[in-house]
Design a protein around this ligand. Structure first.
Ligand SMILES: [Zn+2]
Length: 62
């Protein structure tokens, strides 16, 4: 299942829509900002029913 989430880039501060795949459970992955193309780390937490609990966003250089 794919959810669309509005996220704020930690580098440039722009908002963009990201597609999150929640069907494989909690995960950590990179996605480039649609605006400035820098790599954002996404931490998604998904419960056992496939509901998205939280999305945490970090810079690669933190
Ligand atoms: Zn950006």
């Amino acid at each position: 299942m794919i959810l669309t989430q509005s996220v704020r880039c930690p580098y440039c501060g722009e908002f963009f829509e990201s597609s999150l795949d929640v069907s494989s459970g909690s995960q950590e992955y990179f996605e480039d900002c649609y605006v400035c193309c820098r790599p954002i780390i996404f931490f998604t937490r998904v419960d056992h029913e496939g509901d998205l609990l939280s999305v945490e966003i970090r810079r690669d250089d933190d």
